[in-house]
Design a protein around this ligand. Structure first.
Ligand code: UT7
Length: 332
């Protein structure tokens, strides 16, 4: 009998309306459209404005769209995993807030924090609940409101990040498709290069931590860049080797959208051309947990049943990994 696998049976993204352009950033910090475009590939990023608007807003909109397009009732959902680095609150979990808002009364849920690799961690763990037979409908969300932890006076970070995310529905399949293999890694030694100093239990918020601007992303960009280029390319090449996949077998690379130069290096190492690389960094910037589901959503109409996809990420932690999946449905 065929093995039960978890297949993505629908994807939906959501981004806020407000676009923060490179031109607007030029008025805020000492930078240029030319610098941002040539160093990162980003032209604009979306910002979630308004009082008391958290990451759950992104998740709720994405999941409501997903339920509608897949014809799924909220009561059918068994589990909601929300990968995010910017939860609405320290607790309760944003997954619970989303479940309540969408009426997923029979679901349990939890948040998962793995920075830019959060969606791949969520996909991997969500798939296990399907493969064991424990659950039939699992929703994995990757969403972040990065603008809530960005210092808009720091030109090295404010040009990169944006708000947005997406959600996928995982269901069991006996066909030869779905999630075929995953490789995940983490290395806490990388924390020194990419972190937020205060706001956790080690340094709770005080007047001093706020004055010292410790509630913002701290990134040593060029150090992170070197680790990202090496590790995202290596893990993507390794998952191909492990599954006997040649470059011509790959239909799409779905890379975390942190920097176009990191994406290009990964594609080069895999030996695949730019026409097979999903790219939307120019529109949304780096939405952390949101980038990969946003790519799948943008390119969904071009995906065919049986397409071989390699998903790849690198981010804070450090965390990195790769997922090999066979797309499970034709354009609807
Ligand atoms: O998704 C999570 C993981 N994160 C990543 O993967 C991000 C990895 N890192 C990067 O993408 C890149 O390192 C950055 C885009 C953050 C920076 O690009 P870079 O080519 O590594 O630049 P750099 O940090 O080496 O800085 C080069 C120069 C510096 O000036 P000096 O010291 O050479 O005079 C910076 O001060 O560029 C300057 N610079 C800027 N200039 C104009 C830094 N940010 C800006 C800016 N506009 N926004």
């Amino acid at each position: 009998m065929n093995k039960v696998r978890a297949a993505i049976t629908g994807v939906q993204g959501w981004v806020p309306d407000y676009a923060l352009t490179n031109a607007e950033l030029e008025t805020m910090v000492e930078t240029t459209d030319e610098w941002i475009t040539s160093r990162t590939g980003i032209k604009e990023r979306r910002i979630l404005k308004g009082k008391d608007q958290g990451t759950s807003v992104i998740g709720i909109n994405a999941v409501n769209g997903l339920l509608k397009k897949t014809g799924t009732a909220p009561e059918e959902i068994d589990l909601i995993i929300c990968a995010t680095t910017t939860p609405d609150m320290a607790f309760p979990a944003t997954a619970n807030i989303i479940a309540d808002a969408i009426g997923a009364k029979n679901a349990w849920g939890y948040d998962l924090q793995a920075a830019c690799s959060g969606f791949l961690y969520g996909l991997t763990t969500g798939a296990q609940f399907i493969e064991t037979g424990k659950h039939n409908k699992v929703i994995v969300i990757g969403a972040d409101k990065m603008s809530s932890i960005i210092n808009y006076e720091d030109r090295t970070t404010c040009i990169i990040f944006g708000d947005g995310g997406g959600a996928v529905l995982l269901e069991p399949t006996l066909d030869d498709n779905g999630i075929m293999d995953t490789i995940l890694h983490s290395d806490g030694a990388g924390a020194q290069f990419l972190h937020m100093k205060a706001g956790g239990s080690r340094r709770p918020a005080t007047m001093e931590t706020i004055a010292a601007k410790e509630h913002y992303v701290h990134q040593e960009g060029s150090a992170v860049f070197k680790f990202a280029v090496t590790n995202m390319a290596e893990v993507s090449a390794r998952i191909m080797e492990n599954n006997n996949l040649a470059a011509e077998d790959i239909s799409w690379l779905v890379p975390h959208q942190a920097n176009k130069r990191i994406i290009d290096a990964t594609a080069n190492r895999m030996g695949i051309g730019s026409e097979k690389v999903m790219l939307n960094i120019h529109k949304y910037g780096n939405t952390t947990s949101g980038t990969i589901p946003l790519c799948l959503w943008d390119y969904e109409s071009q995906l065919k049943k049986g397409d071989n996809l390699i998903l790849a990420s690198f981010g804070g932690g450090f965390t990195w990994g790769s997922v090999y999946l066979k797309w499970a449905y034709d354009p609807k």
